[in-house]
Design a protein around this ligand. Structure first.
Ligand SMILES: [Zn+2]
Length: 202
């Protein structure tokens, strides 16, 4: 029996509201005079994944974790619209923490999908103690590779040492990697992780 881990996915559209002052020329009697007006502009940045592309990323991640007999499944996929306090369209770590607080995990791991996250080198970030990760990377299989790596963190896997043997073929290499390998030690760590045990109580 595989270890089953539910994912609660939130597809988050980031809203940026900008206020600026515009000067307009208006006619007052025979004259034209400048007048300053407050203008509000609202821009929306939808996530780069929908349910279908996320499911394809999830198939990729499940193939990566098949040697560990761990299987993630989509328990919910919910669209949301959020304005990050003092934010721009690029979500930073504080924005991630704000969104994590808004969409806490209920009975699974929480996956936040956004258009742009500042950790563009890896395309995501995970906080194991919050059972929450954020993913922004483009396209398949890119999204699947980022998702698998971040889910690895949520299964308590740290980064591999960059100088260790086959490091850049390992799922937990902290940069672009050539493969998605898991060592026997990583497999037993993932299988014994809080997330793996929590949803598979006998
Ligand atoms: Zn990482």
């Amino acid at each position: 029996m595989p270890i089953r881990v539910p994912l609660e996915v939130h597809a988050i559209t980031i809203v940026v509201v900008e206020e600026r002052i515009e000067e307009r020329q208006i006619r007052v009697g025979p004259n034209t005079v400048p007048r300053r007006e407050r203008v509000t502009a609202r821009r929306e940045f939808p996530p780069r994944q929908d349910r279908a592309t996320f499911e394809s990323a999830l198939r990729y991640a499940n193939a990566v974790f098949a040697p560990a007999d761990i299987r993630f499944h989509l328990s919910s996929f919910t669209p949301a619209t959020e304005e990050i306090p003092n934010g721009t369209e690029q979500v930073d770590f504080n924005g991630f923490q704000y969104l994590a607080g808004r969409h806490p995990p209920r009975s699974g791991l929480s996956v936040l999908l956004v258009a742009d996250f500042e950790r563009a080198d890896l395309g995501g970030q995970a906080v194991e103690s919050q059972s929450t990760c954020i993913v922004c990377a483009l396209g398949d299989p890119g999204t699947g590779k980022v998702l698998a790596h971040e889910l690895g963190h949520l299964l308590a896997l740290p980064h591999v040492e960059t100088g260790s043997p086959r490091a850049n073929w390992n799922l937990m290499y902290p940069a672009l990697r050539a493969g998605d390998e898991l060592t026997a030690q990583q497999i037993s760590l993932a299988q014994g992780s809080r997330a793996a045990r929590r949803f598979n109580a006998p």
